[in-house]
Design a protein around this ligand. Structure first.
Ligand code: ZN
Length: 241
């Protein structure tokens, strides 16, 4: 076992007050690419950059184009949770992990049994009518053609936070509280460059901060342990006891 893994193992074994904060990198090993890593094929298919398509204005003005992108790039029906999702759910189950705070909208933490998941950017699995509030699941969106509409005839919007929209203040407040009370904070799969990730980390005043990310982050100097490896691969080596 390499030294960083045994250090992480010790940190996890010795704390019952762990909080996990994760980003897109947590799901890449499940086959969900970060939409920010734009490829050439993407450019051939879409006339706008993802940041434009995923904005509130674009959604309201071009719902058909928005939903074409949303079905194609944001919903991954066949994605399976990886060892990071699985071990985090087990850590919560045995009482060591208090919360998962995620920037992902794929629902993979809940799919494998995590209960206390704070979804900063919402979820593709919840969609609601903009007029009457009726709820629809991701399959309804995937199986609809063009712009999905409610039984009442109105437009359905995914419960995901689009550009130009603000985060849910209650979820943000809870995230701040969990981070500020954490003894151990494990940050994974995020470069900590995107709001609100960097801001939230500043509320941490615990004993051990672990960063697990394929590349370096602006917070490396604050970390007690840095593991530059894929997070699923890392968690796969951790033994829960
Ligand atoms: Zn409705």
């Amino acid at each position: 076992m390499d030294q960083n893994i045994s250090l992480l193992q010790n940190i996890i074994t010795n704390s019952n007050q762990i909080v996990f904060f994760g980003g897109a990198g947590v799901s890449t090993e499940s086959g969900i690419p970060d939409f920010r890593s734009v490829d050439g094929l993407y450019h051939q298919k879409y006339a706008y950059p993802p940041e434009t398509i995923l904005s509130h204005t674009f959604f309201m003005d071009h719902p058909a184009e928005f939903y074409e992108f949303h079905r194609d790039k944001m919903i991954y029906r066949n994605a399976k949770p990886n060892d990071a999702h699985i071990k985090l759910a087990e850590l919560e189950n045995i009482g060591k992990l208090k919360a998962v705070i995620t920037q992902n909208i794929d629902g993979l933490h809940q799919a494998v049994g995590s209960k206390n998941v704070l979804e900063l950017h919402g979820s593709v699995h919840r969609n609601s009518c903009m007029r009457c509030g009726k709820q629809y699941d991701a399959n309804y969106i995937l199986n609809s053609l063009g712009v999905p509409t409610c039984a009442c005839g109105s437009l359905i919007k995914p419960d995901v936070v689009l550009y130009e929209e603000s985060l849910d203040q209650d979820i943000l407040k809870k995230a701040v509280q969990y981070i500020s009370e954490a003894e151990v904070l494990i940050v994974g799969g995020t470069s900590l460059n995107v709001y609100p990730a960097a801001g939230l980390i500043q509320y941490y005043h615990g004993k051990k901060m672990v960063l697990i990310n394929k590349s370096s982050t602006p917070y490396d100097a604050h970390a007690d342990l840095i593991i530059n490896s894929p997070i699923g691969e890392t968690f796969q080596k951790i033994v829960l006891k």
